[in-house]
Design a protein around this ligand. Structure first.
Ligand code: ATP
Length: 276
């Protein structure tokens, strides 16, 4: 069977004033259609670099990415990205922000069809009640919901999430994780999500890909999460397998890939790996 998304032996090298810097080396991962993959690893190990190659925003110096048999070498609507900081246009309403993406991909459809599709996607993320509000009139969690609606409205084959809930408080984050699990169950979109949150990785993923520290970071271990879906966070908290998965990730991060950071950096770094 051919692979849906093949991240094949990629190296990424950045030019720097001190010479070429190999951020990631020989990252190799085959992903099946509809799989939910989390990328976890210490800050600076190369998670965004890998995601950006799949998005077509970074070029690999060796290897490459193949989606459904076609090589990826530029951004495209079949690979929609959601960043940590929503990146909505501030002067447009939630509806208009989603409309921009819809016009880009489905501009050939009638006005009425486009309107229905925009509303459908805002509905999916439970934002239909606030579709006329501008970003400065809604909360951080709501902005991320609109960002996800905008990405989904492109009907992507792969959803690329770069720490989508990183800036949110714990309760809002939990609501958005639940919404994302529902959407993933409904649409079966392939997802690659970067996270620093061990619980988020276990709760949402089919596989957790743990990256070693850089430079020349690579995949250290891959953990398959064999927990039935739909998953309920309260039930999971009492599930022995859930605790074992969690321990396996913690052991990778804090024993095998232990990273000593200066205390001042630790105190100020916003995206340390989080353990509840
Ligand atoms: N354009 C660039 N030029 C030079 N070095 C870069 C560039 N982009 C990333 N890097 C370096 O590549 C390494 C990997 O960065 P990357 O942002 O992918 O890490 P990350 O795991 O996503 O980090 P974080 O969790 O902090 O977001 C880092 O050492 C970073 O400094």
């Amino acid at each position: 069977m051919s692979c849906h998304l093949d991240i094949s032996h990629i190296d990424v090298v950045f030019p720097t004033p001190k010479g070429p810097f190999t951020a990631v080396q020989n990252v190799d991962l085959q992903i099946q259609q509809g799989e939910f993959i989390s990328l976890i690893g210490h800050s600076g190990c190369g998670k965004s670099t890998v995601l950006n190659v799949v998005a077509g925003l970074n070029q690999a110096h060796k290897g490459g990415v193949i989606l459904n048999g076609k090589e990826v070498n530029a951004p495209g609507p079949e690979r929609a990205v959601v960043f940590q900081n929503h990146s909505l246009l501030p002067w447009l309403s939630a509806y208009q922000n989603v409309e921009l993406a819809v016009k880009q991909v489905f501009g050939h459809k009638s006005k009425m069809e486009q309107k229905e599709w925009i509303e459908h996607n805002l509905n999916l993320v439970h934002m239909n009640h606030a579709m006329d509000k501008r970003p400065d009139e809604i909360s951080g969690g709501m902005k991320q919901r609109v960002g996800i609606a905008r990405a989904l409205a492109m009907k992507p084959e792969v959803l690329l999430l770069d720490e989508p809930f990183g800036a949110l408080d714990a309760l809002t984050r939990a609501h958005l994780q639940d919404s994302l699990m529902e959407i993933h169950a409904d649409l079966g979109t392939t997802v690659i999500m970067i996270t620093h949150d061990v619980d988020e990785a276990v709760l949402l993923s089919d596989r957790v890909v743990m990256m070693s520290n850089g430079p020349a970071a690579s995949i250290g271990e891959i953990l398959s999460i064999d927990l039935p879906r739909p998953r309920n966070r309260v039930e999971m908290a009492n599930d022995q397998r859930y605790s074992q998965y969690r321990s396996a990730i913690l052991s990778f991060l804090y024993e095998k890939q232990r990273k000593i950071e200066p205390l001042s950096a630790k105190q100020t770094k916003p995206n340390q790996v989080a353990v509840a």
